[in-house]
Design a protein around this ligand. Sequence first.
Ligand code: ADP
Length: 511
Amino acid sequence: MWLYRRRLEIGAVVFWAVLVALSLAHNLGLLDQQAREGALARARMLFSVIETTRLWNANHGGLYALVTPDSPANPYLDLPNRDVVINGAPYTLINPAYMTRQISELVERQNGASFRITSLAPLRPDNALDPWERLALQRFAEGEAEFVERTEYKSQPVYRYMARLQVKQPCLECHAKQGYQVGDSRGGISVTIPATVVAGELAPQRTQAISLHLAGFVLLAGASVVFLGRLRSSWAALGEAKAAEERNVATRTAELSAAIDELARSNSELESFAYVASHDLQEPLRMISLYAQLIDRRYGERLDDEGREFLGYMSDGAGRMKGMIDDLLAYSRVGRGVHNFAATDTRVALDVALANLAGAIAEAGATVNVADSMPVVSGEMPLLARLFQNLVGNAIKYRRPEMAPVVTISVGKSGDYWRFAVADNGIGIPSESRDRIFQIFQRLHTRGSYPGTGIGLAIAKKIVERHGGTIGVAAAEGGGAEFFFTLPADVAPAEQDAKLQLDSQLNGRTA
Ligand code: ADP
């Protein structure tokens, strides 16, 4: 669990470990390369000194040295003058090979490096080729001049170097009988340098590389762990802030939805109240009208002019009150009960409205232009008919006295909605009053100038909203009013097509 939580840190540490290890391996590889080059340079140097010394020796036909236990006569040297006596002391001839052997022992004692003279057919059996030297000679036969390798020698890691030894004129004095000729390369001098000697020289660099890499790793891994730790706490803080914000939003949403519920409840209570009140008011109002008529009929003659005028006011008031109550009932009915929405042809709804308004249209001499094609929507026929009736009715009612009303009903698609418009050439609506007129009982005119109760547009708004749309008003071209409303265009295209076909058939028939 802890490991899982810290997986980023572990990942970072592993990443740096791998990277630093790779870099260290590369650097140590470079040091090995350096060691090998150092060993090679040293071996070449030794080889060249030995070769020169040997040549010098051979040029002098060997040299005589005092016979000592360390330097006895060379038993493999088969020459008549090998041993001489000078001033009573025994001297023996030291040939190049014997000299090489002796120097080699000296060098080995002093600094660990050693070299060996060797050949395919040595005079001294000790100088026979070992397997590595045989391999080197094989390389020379293939044309290489020298051969170097890090290998094992007498169970020690060493650098071994060997270069071709060519037969020169002075060599033939002793080696001619072996069939050697000038230029032959039947042997070589192998130089062996212990790897530990070279490694010892490069030890400070190795130690430095290792400690630098170690320090780098600790620094990088440590910094990453600290950085990731900080990042994690920032994340945690951010997460907490986000969670707090979400809790806040959830609380506010809950409060808001409670407020909406409360509003809906009080709204529906209000609607119920309006319905019940207006419904119950009908009866006493009917009595007032009835008795006002009765008084007029039975006692009208006995009343003076003023009495009859008062009675007229009373009947008129009762009539207006009846209109308001009817409208209020209609308004509260829109929000009540279950709506049975079905595919409804808006053209049919409009036709119902126009039929109801036929009297008003004729009286005003109004022209009503209807869109060529109107859609089928999901809705309730009586409500949609009422919607058209209220809008077209107003368009005729609020006309200019000097102008015959022209009402134009159009419809178009706007996204997922149908957008209907009812435009007129009437008195228009001041822009500052355009929101207010959709509220119940809000009127812009006195009853004297235009009759009405101020409920028609409130009913229209309610119907549109019940159907999932919106309603508004703008200025029409020429200064009239243009009421527009939207209804969802969610009736299947197939049904729409069937209706359009029917429309065109009907139009064809009328034409
Ligand atoms: P009413 O017509 O009974 O007064 P409405 O709710 O239908 O009630 O209309 C509210 C007010 O909006 C009206 O009093 C009128 O001032 C204004 N109005 C409505 N339709 C139009 C229109 N087509 N042109 C100008 N004014 C209008």
